[in-house]
Design a protein. Structure first.
Ligand code: HSE
Length: 431
């Protein structure tokens, strides 16, 4: 008799549905290659579809009782696609505690409780895999853990949120329409259940914390990632970025300094139009890994959406099947993580774009320039398109490279000046 790996699915949303279709389509090939049949025996969802048979695996039992599937005696591997910390966290703990392998796409859970869950998995001899949690279909976690094991990683960076990239490239194309472009991303299944996690940067921050945890072996707290969303960008920023030969991209960057401290941020950068990152459009993600010996490597591909994410989930299931349902590769390696060593704003140096929106009157440029001069911040250029007749005047000052501690002090003073219609926006400019 052929061996069967019995799967219990928690969550039947965009990725869950895509996974069921994918397993059905690929299982003849996989069962030949693996000598193991993959079969869904149970599906649990809090919001079962109105027509419960639509897209559900034909022979699986279907329930709203999530815990019963997480701990079912006839389930070998629990696939957690609920997202969020609760109830996903307690369910994953229960599944691992019952000795089951767990495959999850839950970056928020892994970023918050990864070390604890990895310890439970190790103690139980159970697999815990989460390739789908970072950059959808791009096999970046496996690459960092296995393929770069012979080199030393210095920087991991890139476009880690497909929704933000879709919105930014959509706004660049249409010169506006933030709400409309975001709604399109949601309808296409790229966004999280609550799109605030995408546009405020926390989704990318969770992914960056996981990448840094794997690349640098330190316990990386999510709060250590300096996180800014894309919500403050306006059509005028795309106009001025165009004048600078640049375009906005949300980038996550984790860099290890020579002394081992880590600099971590998720924010909008203005990247050069001829850069590789500017050519990454729509829901695509790109992750660049810079190493001491091999140099720079780029992985790009579909970073959001049901089907690409499901391929990463299935790859984890296949890995467990290959290992005979056994413990698999330890999620973060066997060592306990090193304590987190943070770098600070003084370690972060870049040329900056400052955008101001002011109530027009004489002397504004002089006042801004005198604050910058007092903080020894060097202006590179001033851009002011003729917006005459409007009560709120937007204009841009670009800066020579400056460290963010000094820039931060100058920005506090700049923001306190009385003529702003909204707070100044500061974006780093990246080659
Ligand atoms: N909402 C995420 C994104 C999907 O837009 O990238 C995968 O994490």
């Amino acid at each position: 008799m052929r061996a069967t790996l019995r799967l219990g699915l928690l969550g039947f949303g965009t990725v869950g549905k895509a996974l069921v279709r994918l397993v059905e389509a690929e299982s003849p090939r996989l069962s030949r290659q693996l000598g193991v049949d993959l079969r869904f025996v149970a599906v649990a969802s809090r919001a079962l579809p109105r027509k419960p048979t639509d897209g559900l695996p034909p022979d699986a039992r279907v329930t709203e009782d999530l815990l019963s599937v997480a701990t079912a005696s006839d389930v070998d591997v629990v696939v957690e696609l609920l997202g969020g910390l609760d109830p996903a966290g307690p369910l994953v703990v229960a599944a691992l505690g019952a000795g089951k392998g767990v495959v999850t796409a839950n970056k928020a859970l892994l970023a918050a409780r990864g070390t604890e869950l990895a310890r439970i998995a190790r103690d139980q001899g159970a697999a815990l895999s989460f390739e789908a949690a970072v950059a959808g279909g791009i096999p970046i976690l496996r690459a960092i853990r296995e393929s770069f094991a012979g080199d030393r990683i210095d920087t991991v960076s890139g476009i880690l949120n497909g929704t933000c990239n879709f919105v930014l490239t959509g706004m660049a194309r249409t010169e506006g329409g933030y709400g409309g472009v975001l709604a399109e991303a949601q309808a296409l299944g790229y966004a999280e259940a609550d799109p605030a996690a995408d546009v405020e940067g926390t989704d990318a921050a969770c992914k960056l914390a996981l990448l840094a945890r794997l690349a640098f072996g330190q316990e990386v707290p999510l709060e250590a990632v300096r996180t800014e969303g894309i919500t403050r960008l306006q059509p005028v920023d795309f106009v001025y970025a165009g004048m600078l030969g640049r375009t906005p991209r949300q980038l996550g960057i984790a860099r290890r300094l020579a002394d081992g401290r880590l600099l971590l941020s998720v924010r909008t950068h203005l990247v050069s139009n001829d850069s590789m990152l500017a050519s990454v459009e729509g829901p695509f993600n790109a992750v660049q890994v810079s190493t001491a010996r091999g140099g720079d490597f780029v992985f790009s591909g579909r970073g959001a959406g049901g089907e690409p994410t499901a391929t990463a989930v299935l790859a984890d299931i296949v890995e467990i099947a290959r290992r005979d349902g056994g413990s698999g590769v330890p999620p973060f390696g066997t060592e306990a993580p090193a304590p987190f060593a943070p770098a600070g704003p003084a370690d972060s140096v870049a040329p900056f774009y400052l955008r101001f929106v002011v109530r027009d009157r004489p002397g504004i440029l002089a006042e801004l320039a005198s604050v910058l001069a007092r903080h020894d911040v060097n202006v590179d250029a001033v851009f002011q398109a003729p917006w005459s007749g409007k009560s709120a005047l937007p204009f841009v000052v670009t800066l020579e490279p400056v460290d963010e501690e000094r820039l931060g002090r100058a920005l506090v003073e700049l923001a306190a000046l009385p003529f702003h219609v909204e707070a100044p926006l500061a974006l780093p400019m990246t080659p």
